[in-house]
Design a protein around this ligand. Structure first.
Ligand SMILES: Cc1ncc(COP(=O)(O)O)c(C=O)c1O
Length: 401
């Protein structure tokens, strides 16, 4: 049996929406992007959502909007994908990496210890779709107001460290009965090919800014900024007589094309009505199966405050070395099951090593990493395939330990 790790979910509705975009005579940013933004708002209840070409550029946009740059510090977990740190580096600021907890997410105490007068933002990551402790993080930034030094109009208006969630994995996850998106100031989703909802490449920047901000006005600014700071998008400019435009900000070119947004327009309603539930059923199947194995550490799924979006099934093996974990993965791969490791903590990667980050400073991140194997989780998996996956994993672990 050959089981891929994460194929996209493409049904007739997706093909129909993409065909519709192709036949409409308009393929870049226009009505499909608008519809996708409306759907994100409708389902997650965020006041405004801006479609962008990736979560990475969405995070950069959010940081730039807050005037973050050289000399500023942004606190991020060491256990994340490189994009979280690179977004900070691209705006000229310094990522301050901190350790995570047993649930893989950024640890509150480590954030608290890392806050200085230079801290402008915290970027929590909802690893695998498991929400961070948003009440605690939002309270922490309010309690640290005294330390905050504003150096930009938006910073003066907010008057504290901003919380920008890297929710690349977390569309559909819930924190205290709210969907992720209205749980921090700004939330960025990814619609990359392997994500729960995809547009092949893409993302959404969700605005949930408190008074005195007007989210609609900030959305209008960001829409313009994401299109080179041009006063008219190409769709408006293409109408007869609409040729004249101006450039009013040093913007970025990070807009989402309609052709890609069409995939998400078809996927999003089905995701919330059906696919999210199917992912949860698979997650539960794995939990039930592995809970009977003494060597398994189960990933977090649900508690009284949180429900995962089940983006990844991050199984960990008790008392395993990194080398043994790698051997287990080799055996699983030889049996035809594609698994993955999320994540190699950033201090293990060459770039971040060259900047001086050391894995010894992040013991929990390392311990999570060395024991972790991400299993396939997507609605196309059949029961026969799921049975094969769990027996393959058990055989590989038990023949190695
Ligand atoms: C935690 C995290 N943040 C950010 C990203 C970047 O997303 P994108 O590929 O849409 O830029 C990813 C992508 O895998 C991710 O896993």
């Amino acid at each position: 049996m050959k089981i891929p790790f994460s194929p996209p979910y493409i049904d007739d509705n997706v093909i129909q929406e993409v065909t519709d975009a192709l036949e409409s005579g308009w393929i870049t940013t226009g009505p499909k992007v608008k519809r996708l933004e409306e759907l994100v708002c409708e389902y997650t209840k965020v006041p405004n959502a801006l479609g962008v070409n990736s979560a990475t550029s969405g995070l950069m946009l959010a940081l730039k909007w807050y005037g973050i740059g050289a000399g500023d510090e942004v606190i991020i977990p060491a256990y994340t994908y490189a994009a979280t740190a690179l977004a900070v580096i691209h705006v000229g600021a310094t990522p301050i990496m901190v350790d995570v907890g047993d649930d893989f997410n950024i640890a509150l105490k480590s954030i608290e210890n890392a806050i200085t007068e230079k801290t402008k933002a915290i970027m929590p990551v909802d690893f695998a779709g498991w929400p961070c402790d948003y009440d605690a993080i939002n309270n922490l930034v309010k309690n640290k107001k005294e330390l905050f030094r504003a150096s930009h109009l938006n910073q003066k208006k907010l008057g504290r460290i901003i919380v920008i969630s890297d929710a690349a994995h977390a569309i559909g996850a819930q924190y205290k009965r709210k969907y992720i998106g209205i749980t921090s100031d700004i939330t960025v989703f990814s619609f990359h090919a392997v994500k729960n909802v995809t547009t092949a490449e893409g993302g959404a920047v969700c605005l949930n800014l408190p008074e005195p901000f007007n989210n609609q006005e900030e959305y209008a600014f960001l829409r313009c900024f994401s299109l080179n700071g041009q006063t008219k998008d190409a769709f408006t400019k293409s109408k007869a007589g609409g040729w004249r435009y101006d450039i009013i900000y040093p913007g970025m070119k990070i807009n989402l094309p309609d052709l890609l947004a069409a995939v998400g327009v078809a996927q999003l309603p089905l995701y919330f009505s059906t696919i999210l539930g199917q992912r949860k059923s698979i997650f539960r199947f794995y939990q039930d199966y592995f809970s009977t194995n003494p060597w398994a550490i189960l990933p977090p799924f649900q508690n009284s405050d949180k429900i995962s979006s089940c983006h990844l099934y991050a199984l960990r093996i008790k008392d395993v070395t990194e080398a043994q974990r790698d051997t287990i993965i080799d055996k699983i791969s030889k049996a035809g099951v594609a698994v993955n490791v999320h994540f190699q903590p950033l201090p293990l990667l060459s770039l971040f090593k060259s900047y001086g980050y050391k894995i010894e400073d992040y013991p929990n991140a390392y311990n999570n990493y060395k024991a972790e194997i991400s299993l396939p989780i997507y609605p196309q998996l059949t029961q026969e395939e799921l049975d094969y996956i769990v027996s393959t994993i058990s055989n590989a672990v038990e023949s190695t330990l």
